[in-house]
Design a protein around this ligand. Structure first.
Ligand SMILES: NC(=O)c1ccc[n+]([C@@H]2O[C@H](COP(=O)([O-])OP(=O)(O)OC[C@H]3O[C@@H](n4cnc5c(N)ncnc54)[C@H](O)[C@@H]3O)[C@@H](O)[C@H]2O)c1
Ligand SMILES: O=P(O)(O)OC[C@@H](O)[C@@H](O)[C@H](O)[C@H](O)CO
Length: 380
């Protein structure tokens, strides 16, 4: 069985690549990073270290790599032959890899009618759906019906904390032992892939919103408030009682939204939240606030982990979620000269001020109660 995976980074190697390997796939990693792809082709294996007291070491074999920018024909060939296609490249990169995927699919369906599924494993709502839209833009009109019939783009939610790290060799990756990979079953075309570790569900939205509005909202709170207080890691940020109080408050607010919207059991959700805060303080991993806070323009967009639950809170309960609002204000003030989105954010604020910038990037209009409260906080 053959898998093609775009993005040989932290989640690509530390999570998706590992599960594909365990399910018996040969995985072809596709990446723009020549050093990583050369190492994959040279070593033909890598290690995944489970970060807990046992430090279990797993080996991923049966791999190869292609540099997407240099070898487009090889990418098309791999897609034409794949039994499954996955991505972990970051939401903003999905439209960029869409052309590669489209070319491969066109080649594939000139030779076969075997269905295939493309699963975007990104932190966003509707990742595979977005990828499908971008792919379809590159499919010639006459082939669109074939692609619609034979290519599934099931949405997915993935959860495993994999920090940036430097190990003795380039490919080794340390990951937390916990993971969750949920895939929307009705979106699958052909046979459902047998991969241990995937949970198939009929409706993904409750799962992705629960994950994004708990794990990622909590993470964002630690990162943006952590940066404000000059902490370097998520663990340090959480040890700051002032930050922990706002983080816990923000997760109570998103919890109220999720419980109201999906009728989750309150006790079960409280346990889920507490487990997540425990995961943030895993002493065997060190996660920088700059990784977790990366891409503030994306994280402050309307459908992401901060604005969406805050807006839902206002809609459902008719009042401002005070803790989420503090986190959004800290995100607006986030500075990191090495993060292009953070630089762009501060340039916008410099040019137009907080209010216009907030409206532009989040869609929150100036007459919205949430907008007004966020601006009050940043101005104080
Ligand atoms: N790291 C985590 O804890 C974690 C957990 C769950 C989900 N995610 C999600 O997984 C995705 C990847 O995150 P990550 O932490 O692995 O990031 P990463 O930066 O470690 O990996 C991304 C990889 O994509 C590659 N890439 C960039 N442009 C590309 C292109 N045009 N073609 C092919 N490859 C390209 C990069 O070179 C890099 O190797 C993101 O959507 C992230 O939100 C991350
Ligand atoms: O990957 P991002 O930039 O969307 O978010 C940063 C972290 O919150 C994220 O990578 C988490 O570590 C991950 O989502 C845990 O499953």
């Amino acid at each position: 069985m053959k898998a093609v995976h775009f993005g040989a980074g932290n989640i690509g190697r530390g999570f998706i690549g590992l599960l594909l390997h365990d399910a018996g796939y040969h995985t072809t990693f596709i990446d723009v990073n020549k050093e990583v792809i050369d190492a994959i082709n040279h070593e033909k294996q890598y290690r995944v270290l489970l970060a807990d007291q046992n430090q279990q070491e797993l080996t991923v074999t049966n791999i190869s790599g292609i540099i997407s920018s240099e070898e487009p024909t090889k990418v098309s060939d791999a897609i034409a032959e794949a039994d499954i296609i996955t991505t972990a490249v970051g939401p903003n990169v999905l439209p960029i890899i869409a052309k590669n995927i489209a070319e491969g699919l066109v080649q594939r369906f000139s030779q076969t009618k075997n269905p295939v599924n493309v699963i975007a494993c990104e932190n966003m709502i509707g990742g595979s759906t977005l990828l499908k839209e971008s792919v379809m833009e590159h499919i010639p009109e006459v082939q669109k019906a074939t692609i619609e019939s034979f290519v599934g783009f099931p949405d997915a939610a993935v959860d495993r904390i994999v920090p940036n790290q430097t190990n003795e060799d380039l490919l080794t990756v340390a990951v937390e032992p916990y993971y969750e990979w949920v895939v929307e079953k009705p979106g699958i075309k052909g046979e459902v892939p047998k991969i241990d570790g995937i949970t198939y569900v009929d409706e993904l939205t409750p799962y992705i919103e629960r994950k994004l509005f708990t794990v990622n909202t909590g993470h964002a709170a630690a990162a943006y408030l952590g940066k404000k207080f000059n902490h370097e890691t998520i663990e340090q940020a959480i040890q700051n009682p002032e930050i922990l109080k706002v983080l816990e408050g923000a997760l109570e607010e998103t919890g109220d939204v999720l419980i109201e919207k999906y009728q989750f059991n309150r006790d079960t959700h409280t346990q889920y939240r507490e487990k997540i805060i425990g995961r943030f303080t895993n002493p065997y991993l060190s996660d920088e606030v700059t990784r977790v806070g990366r891409g503030p323009l994306r994280k402050l967009s309307a459908n992401d982990r901060l604005i969406r639950p805050a807006m839902l809170y206002v809609e459902l309960f008719g009042k401002v979620p005070e803790n989420l609002t503090k986190v959004i204000a800290a995100a607006l003030q986030y500075k990191n000269s090495e993060d292009p989105e953070a630089v762009e954010l501060q340039q916008k604020i410099e040019a137009k001020g907080y209010s216009e910038t907030l409206e532009e990037i989040s869609g929150l209009t100036q007459d919205h109660i949430l907008h007004q409260r966020i601006i009050e906080i940043v101005n104080n």
